[in-house]
Design a binder for this molecule. Structure first.
Ligand code: AHR
Length: 647
């Protein structure tokens, strides 16, 4: 039997390795995005408790805001377990100072971000403190000698005298940097700025405003950025994380999700138009991952990042479907036009001439030249006939206006092998996701070999070994490496890939295995990161044709001996007989007496049980499912098989 053949010298796509950024696990907010103040615009309580929505889903993390379906009811209700109306902010009054906080929507800074914080200080005593504190994203990572740009908007009542001290304070309470304002006064919103130079390192610093008189102060959009952002861009990206991404030399960046694109509901799904323009006026997005992003890292900043790292942009947009795999709200097909127009506008913003409506806006936002948008993806992880119909609508409209843009269709797992593709016109690239157990790929090295071929290319938009590997380890990296090699070997089909998720803030983990980890002070990458880079940097140009033949008729015999003693074997060997001996004594032998035509492929697990018997778990099972309950030392396992697989 011939296996693993590369009949043609297929070229390996230069775009094989890209990245996928999703706003999950604080990837952007409290991650790649350089902002150091959490909840800077006081907007993070905007979905009030008890809001009844027509639709919703259950976030699998009970400590996060989530939707519940009450018994006997059909409407979903948002449960909002926030302990405070102003997450990440707190107040401290000492020495007789009484400081109270309240959110208000009166006299908003702008209508898109209606909340502001009203701070009331009474019984003022100069010897005490009246402080408003922001904890950052589980601390603020302050570095000695680094300058931090602070800005905030404020207005006051007539009582407040105008003095307040802003500072960065260590976790222990000592001042690392400070500045005193003396003229914060007036009934109209005004922007105040200063620079803070830190005298020491602290990964868990806090930002503190100490009010130095009685009165009322209204605050909004309190923002703190390190001077050194990636490429020194204002409203820029955190340098260490961005540089780690640069280290991957990705050929493209898929953005912004993932489930994030789908939104919890249609109404709350991200909309690129609300993520451009003045940062103070971006309403932000509350996502399926249970937290707010300010959208400071918006569509423009994303495109800028792609340009800065010489990667093509791959923008994923919502197709009028929310969280399909959980509850799935579908905007009727007859009402798709605004969604289609929104996607067309996004493309125009990125690459349209400055004379076009959205190209003009891009130029106004500081970038007259087109951005490197090469791909768009029609939804995330949607599939099936309903999706196929709307994909066709989007495809036709986009292709008509943009003949050169690459249009990617989203898929469910295994869709490329099923009929969904056939009901979709003009599939150019199909994005199928692949989260696998450890070693899965070693049992399925021919996975892509068996894929149906057609007039489309494949993009594995999300892949990772994410079960049985803790938070990511050497075994995960080896499985990932093998997975990448199977993509390379099928270079005629698989042209693009991206690992997922890319980023995780270790203080708010939404997904079990992630590539680049960080907290406020540090960042590091898992082994898979280095494996991917190794294979990307040494990407083959072409597959050499190979044919490997085995004699199907001859029995193969494979023996394992020793005291490994794990007690389970996971094999894809097609077996005839199995024998286990211990100290020369046969302790298990299969009683298989059938003839060759009855041989079955076995992808199972044998378990040495307490009773001394070896039993085979679910024949055909593809995963390790049963844990051993006894060590089996000094054994010899003999597989007499017609085709050897891994054990
Ligand atoms: O990468 C995490 C999630 O996995 C993505 O949001 C989604 O596309 C997939 O199911």
């Amino acid at each position: 039997v011939a296996i693993h053949t590369n009949k043609e010298a297929n070229k390996i796509s230069p775009a094989l390795h890209g990245i996928f950024f999703e706003e999950i696990s604080h990837a952007g907010e409290g991650g790649l995005y350089g902002e150091l103040i959490q909840n800077r615009g006081f907007e993070e309580n905007r979905i009030p408790a008890g809001t009844v929505l027509k639709d919703g889903f259950l976030v699998p993390y009970p400590e996060k805001p989530h939707f519940m379906l009450e018994p006997g009811k059909t409407d979903w209700k948002l449960e909002w377990p926030l302990k405070t109306d102003w997450p990440a902010w707190s107040a401290a009054g000492t020495g007789g100072n009484n400081i109270t906080l309240s959110l208000t929507r009166q006299q908003p800074l702008n209508l898109a971000t209606p909340n502001s914080m009203c701070v009331t200080i009474d019984g003022y005593n100069a010897a005490g403190k009246a402080q408003l504190i922001n904890e950052g994203f589980w601390g603020i990572g302050v570095k000695k000698g680094e300058v931090y740009h602070l800005s905030f908007y404020a207005h006051t009542d007539a009582v407040f005298q105008g003095q307040l001290q802003v500072s960065l304070q260590s976790a222990a309470g000592s001042e690392l940097a400070g500045y005193r304002f003396t003229g914060v006064k007036g009934s109209k919103w005004k922007k105040y700025t200063c620079d803070l130079l830190s005298t020491a390192d602290d990964p868990k610093a806090r930002f503190v405003i100490n009010f130095e008189s009685a009165g009322k102060v209204w605050l909004d959009f309190v923002s703190l950025f390190p001077e050194h952002t990636f490429k020194s861009r204002p409203n820029g990206l955190r340098k260490d994380i961005a540089e780690m991404i640069v280290g991957m030399k990705p050929s493209f960046v898929r953005w912004p999700g993932g489930c994030y694109v789908e939104g919890i509901t249609i109404e709350s799904a991200p909309d690129w138009k609300k993520t451009i323009g003045p940062v103070e006026q971006r309403p932000g997005t509350f996502s399926p991952w249970g937290y707010w992003s300010s959208d400071g890292l918006g569509y423009h900043e994303y495109l800028q990042f792609c340009e800065d790292i010489h990667a093509d942009a791959l923008y994923v947009f919502n197709v009028g479907v929310s969280c399909e795999y959980r509850s799935g709200t579908y905007v009727p097909e007859s009402e798709m036009q605004p969604y289609i127009q929104n996607a067309l506008d996004a493309i125009e913003y990125a690459i349209g001439p400055v004379s076009s409506s959205w190209g003009k806006v891009r130029a106004r936002n500081g970038h007259p030249e087109p951005f490197p948008l090469k791909y768009v993806e029609v939804g995330n992880e949607q599939h099936g006939p309903k999706y196929a119909r709307r994909y066709n609508q989007f495809y036709d409209a986009i292709r008509k206006k943009y003949p050169d843009i690459v249009i990617i269709a989203s898929m469910g797992i295994g869709d490329v092998n099923r009929h969904t593709l056939d009901s979709m016109q003009h599939v150019q690239v199909a994005d199928e996701h692949a989260y696998k157990d450890v070693n899965w790929i070693f049992r399925n090295t021919d996975h892509f070999d068996r894929y149906k071929r057609g007039n489309w290319d494949m993009y594995v938009g999300e892949y990772a070994t994410n079960a049985g590997v803790g938070a990511g380890n050497m075994r995960a990296a080896l499985s990932d490496a093998m997975y990448i090699m199977t993509m390379e070997r099928n270079a005629d089909l698989v042209k693009m890939s991206s690992y997922a998720p890319l980023l995780v803030n270790e203080n708010d983990v939404d997904w079990p295995v992630n590539l680049i980890h960080y907290n406020a002070g540090q960042s590091f990458a898992r082994i898979s990161y280095y494996i991917i880079n190794l294979l990307a940097e040494n990407r083959a140009d072409v597959n050499v044709p190979v044919t490997l033949s085995l004699n199907r008729e001859a029995d193969k015999r494979m023996q394992f001996s020793g005291g490994i003693g794990l007690g389970t074997w996971d094999t894809d060997t097609e077996y005839k007989d199995i024998e286990v001996t211990q100290s020369g004594k046969v302790i298990y032998a299969s009683n298989f007496t059938g003839n060759r035509s009855e041989w079955k492929p076995v992808r199972g697990t044998w378990v040495y049980t307490d009773s001394g018997a070896i039993r085979q778990t679910a024949e055909g099972a593809q995963q390790l499912a049963v844990l051993p309950n006894k060590q089996l030392d000094n054994y010899t396992l003999t597989l007499k098989a017609r085709r050897m697989g891994g054990v």
